[in-house]
Design a protein around this ligand. Sequence first.
Ligand code: BGC
Length: 765
Amino acid sequence: MKWICSVSLAVSLSIQPTFADALFAPHALTPEARDIFVTRLLKKMTLDEKIGQLRLISVGPDTPKSAIRDMIQHGQIGAIFNTVTRSDIRVMQDQVMQLSRLKIPLFFAYDVVHGQRTVFPIPLALASSWDLDAVAQVGRISAYEAADDGLNMTWAPMVDVSREPRWGRISEGFGEDAWLTAEMGRTMVEAMQGKSPADRYSVMTSVKHFALYGAVEGGRDYNSVDMSPQRMFQDYLSPYKASLDAGSGGVMVALNAINGVPATANSWLLKDLLRNDWKFKGITISDHGAIKELIKHGVASDPRDAVRIALKSGVDMSMSDEFYSRYLPELVKNYEVSEQEIDDATRHVLNVKYDMGLFNDPYSHLGPQRSDPPDTNAESRLHRAEARDVARKSIVLLKNRLETLPLKKSGTIALIGPLADSQRDIMGSWSAAGVAKQSITLLQGMKDATAGKATVLFAKGANVTDNTGIQNFLNLYEKSVDIDPRPAQQLLHEAVATAKKADVIVAAVGEAQGMAHEASSRSDLTLPPSQTMLLKALKATGKPLVIVLMNGRPLSLVKEDQYADALLETWFSGTEGGHAIADVLFGDYNPSARLPVSFPRSVGQIPIYYNHLPTGRPYDFRQPNKYTSHYYDAANGPLYPFGYGLSYTTFKVSPVSLSAKTMAHNGRINASVTVTNTGKRAGATVVQLYLHDKVASMSRPVKELKGFKRIMLNVGESQTVTFPIKVEALMFWNAQMRQVAEPGQFDVMIGLDSARTQDAGFTYQ
Ligand code: BGC
């Protein structure tokens, strides 16, 4: 692989700079050596220098480079974020080494959420692959490219479980399920940190947003969260824990309140749970400006009070917030914050710097100036083949009537839609140092795939939205949406005329990337009216209609599902998205992805998630009864269930066979199915294991994911998949908040989605 070759090349180029103070030079990256080293260093530091280490500064208009230089000289900065070139980073590290008293290296961080230079599909799409090898590859390459740019830390992975499609940030996470999210988070951390975050091509991760940010009320960003402890521990906290158990050095604290106490002021969360119960030794970092927000949360009277509360609650480092340096000295002088508390927070910062290897070599992720790459836009260093492969694996086929797909590479194809040729949108939000001009649009991808064989006609057909309020919102800070000034009717007319010339229509519709982002909550999950009108007009042509969706959240697609002959969920698929989608459209890749989140029929169904609790009056569509739990104006389930996705081939799942009918106390049994490819093409599928505790001291979810396996089968081939079921899979947090596995009957459900399964049962003794 290209990145492995580049690793050895760059290593051979790097020169180990000498770290000035030999007394400080640590020798081994062990926890014991780290403790000794950090203790000695702390003894040399003044109070102001310690407080300086707790400050994380973003280079920008408020803090220009000259101000940063000054602060570095006086030991007033611990780390920098939002700077991503080696030359800029080197200048600042040089200033530390040349101007500051103790020469404590800075670390450099950035939001590397789904790639650094090469943009991979958004995390929700990565989760759709259910492919941990692919996710590991994304993690390794992202870390490689980030470290190559001189970075030491990333604000990722985002493991906020979310059942809230209205929330724009659902795009940054791995969906609605704790098990799947935990697997993804763990894999990302292991891949990005590698053997050690100190390695030349690893970065330290910072798991976010701790905690429960994905459960903001009404899906409105920054809103509060109110949740029972059982639900918290059962359904939301395990992905953070799994990512920390995998060794993540950082934790970013959430902006929301939990049961009335903002996470930034929550000593139960940051001390009792994180430090005492989970034994976390790394750093906690506030989210952007979160400390002063404690005033608006109504738990701090003024900035000084906010600083006192945040530090005492366990927030080590303050992101983009001038208040720590302004008020901590005085708070210590007045004995409102103890020196010990400052020492503890500083120790955590120094610990991670030690783990990043910065005390051995402050330039470890930089190398010498002469090794800086000449192509600043990184074109020659992109991992295009890997990005294309991962993107194909994350595309979900939702509908395929009469085998509309795959398309033939012949005749005339009309590609219509506002997202068909948008380089910016296909990258998704948080696309780090990715350059829109380098991304492949669907138009480009289809032209490349059909060159010399078929004709691809293109018309935009509609703007992504005609609502000027929303257009202005999307273009508020950057010009991210191009609005075609022609009247809507004219765009529509052109699209219909183009469609009429073709044998088949491909419509690329969905959301602009800015619609699924931070601060981008929606109260309506349908496509904007400009696009539904377009689809209606295209449908009216009578030509086969393939709808290609690009979006960052589950949408309600009842109409689209009716209109479409084939429907493909491609999310925001990254730098190589256009090629990857074309691979799927033309059958060069057989789709294998599965939804990591339920798709509601309407916004009114939310929350709708597969692992809900039973009710005393469950609705049964085979015997509808008025006094059961349902809406009278909508079908009860989601439009597409969790775990769902089609293939160009078909699979058959055998009945479940269990290794025993009873599981001994603390024992284990195996559950197996045989899956056969009964169709006409080779293809991959995801076999999913769900469990249900039938009678327990508390109601237990109707089903919960407890295992999955992605398998590849040739035509006619069968494979037996065996899931070991251990007692941990039966455990839950009971009314007394103890984690228990209660004896009794359990249902075992295995299938290729959460709705259609083969079922068996066993008794736990
Ligand atoms: C977001 C974080 C992000 C930080 C730094 C905040 O607004 O909530 O997720 O890491 O900015 O960019």
